[in-house]
Each structure stands twice: as C-alpha cells, then as structure tokens.
Design a protein around this ligand. Structure first.
Ligand SMILES: C[S@@+](CC[C@H](N)C(=O)[O-])C[C@H]1O[C@@H](n2cnc3c(N)ncnc32)[C@H](O)[C@@H]1O
Length: 260
C-alpha cells in the first residue's frame, strides 16, 4: 500500500474546513425537506485527516466532516488522484454502500462518472467541493456543474498558484505552460484582459492596469493584507463563474496573532 503522508495545515485551512462543514449541514437540512435526493462530492478529497500546524493535533478533513453531517447525504463521492490518499480513505471509512471512493483525475471522473448520476430530472441535487492545491481544475467541470441546475460548487480559488506562476508584472517572462494552466482553469483567455493592457505581448502592465491588478492582487493575495476587506472588487466573481452560479465570495483572511 502506498505510504500516506499527512498534510500539515494552517489555521486558515481549519477555518475553510469549518465553513464547508457548516454550509454542508445547512445544505443537507434544507435538501432533506424537499423531494430531491442530495449527494456530496469531494473532488480533491485528500486522505481524511490532516495535522494542525498550530497544535500538532489530528484534524478531520472535508470528506470525514461530510460523513458526519446529519441529516446525512444520500450518497458521497470522494475523488483523489493519489493512491495513498484513496487507500487511506478506504481504510478509515470502511466498506459503505453510500460512499464511493474514486481514484484518478477529478476533471475526468466528475464529468464521466459522477455528474451524470446527479441529474435534476432524476430528482437529485449535489454539493460539490472543489478544493485543489493549485491550478488543477478545468473550466469544463465548473461549466458542467453550473449548467446542470442540480449541482452547486464550493470552489477554493487557487490564488497562490495564480499569483506565484502567472500573474507576473512582466507577462513576457511567464512561461506558456503556466499561462495555459490558468486558461484551462479560467475557461478562456479573458484573464489577460483583466490583468494586462494588451493581450499576450505586453512587456509591462500600464499604469491604469497596474492599479487594477494591484487591487486584484490585494484581494488575491489576502495573506498580505490582513484586516482589510475594502479591497474586495469581486474578482473573479464578475467573470464566467458568476454567469453560471449565484456566487458568494468569502474573503478568507483570518490571521490570529499567534500565527506567523
Ligand atoms: C488541498 S488537498 C484537499 C484537502 C481536502 N479537501 C480537505 O480539506 O480535507 C488537495 C488534494 O487534491 C488531490 N489532487 C490533486 N490533483 C487532483 C486531480 N486532478 N484530481 C483529483 N485529486 C487531485 C491531491 O492529491 C490532494 O489530496
């Protein structure tokens, strides 16, 4: 069996887990009172537990939080690319008819295996948690969920990866492979218009766009602007995601004094 390594998570990830859990509880309560069967999908599921950096204690991951929700989801789909993570999920959860643990790329598994089982016409609804480490999600997944009428998503926007690898001041230095990763996630190249004055070949961002971008960066790079939420200018929510979903943005910038 492949060896399982716990991820160490910061306080902000614990807050994220708490938000998803509380949302899941209310979602399940509401859907239970309707004629719909409701399912939970965790596309970047992880191995079930993490270690909290601050206390060194074991923390439940999003799949185990979902399993504990009452009233329960009718079915639970857990996907992870790494065999060590799926093996551990099987070990921790055991054999359950209502839980499906799938190993592989969620971009394929969601579209081909999971979403087809969550159809409005079949009186099914689903909450799909998309919590990648970085730019590992394809737009097609978001689009398919958004047009299904049955599936809502909880998307952890991969801000750090975007900032670190693509949204550089000098776009000419960004590798085409990194830019293509953002395009695959974003669905098209419109991110270039938001960030840069002229598509593809601007060697520097002009003054107007520099200020636009820095505003956006202050949203994206929340860790550098603790305590301020006034910079929220709805990036990226006024883009394609908002055409498909009612969108709520959670500015996730809780940094306790004790955390460095
Ligand atoms: C941030 S962790 C998920 C943590 C989990 N949601 C939680 O809070 O407990 C991201 C996970 O996505 C997995 N992963 C990365 N790329 C993937 C892909 N294309 N399809 C499915 N899983 C993927 C990684 O192996 C990792 O376990």
């Amino acid at each position: 069996m492949p060896e399982f390594q716990f991820d160490e998570i910061g306080y902000w990830s614990q807050v994220k887990l708490e938000i998803i859990k509380r949302y899941g509880v209310e979602y399940s309560k509401i859907l239970t009172s309707t004629r719909f069967d409701h399912v939970y999908m965790d596309a970047f599921a992880g191995g079930g537990h993490h270690i909290a950096k601050s206390t060194n204690e074991l923390v439940l991951g999003s799949p185990l939080n979902a399993l504990a929700i009452k009233p329960p989801f009718k079915e639970i789909f857990l996907i992870d690319l790494e065999p060590a993570k799926t093996s551990r999920l099987r070990e921790v959860i055991g054999d359950r008819k209502d839980v499906h643990i799938l190993e592989g790329d969620c971009n394929t598994l969601l579209l081909e295996t999971v979403f087809p089982k969550v159809r409005y016409e079949k009186y099914r609804r689903g909450l799909c948690v998309l919590d990648p480490y970085g730019l590992h999600l394809n737009w097609k997944v978001i689009e398919t969920a958004g047009t299904s009428r049955a599936i809502e998503i909880f998307l952890n926007f991969p801000i750090a990866d975007i900032n670190r690898n693509v949204l550089w001041n000098d776009s000419a230095r960004v590798s085409p492979e990194q830019a293509a990763r953002l395009t695959a996630f974003w669905g098209d190249e419109s991110w270039r218009d938001i960030a840069y004055s002229s598509e593809g070949n601007s060697s520097a961002i002009d003054t107007k766009n520099r200020s636009k971008l820095s505003q956006r960066r202050s949203v994206i790079d929340f860790s550098k602007s603790p305590g301020s939420s006034s910079c929220l200018n709805r990036f990226p929510c006024e883009t394609a995601v908002a055409r498909l979903f009612i969108t709520y943005t959670l500015l996730h910038q809780i940094r306790p004094e004790t955390e460095s």
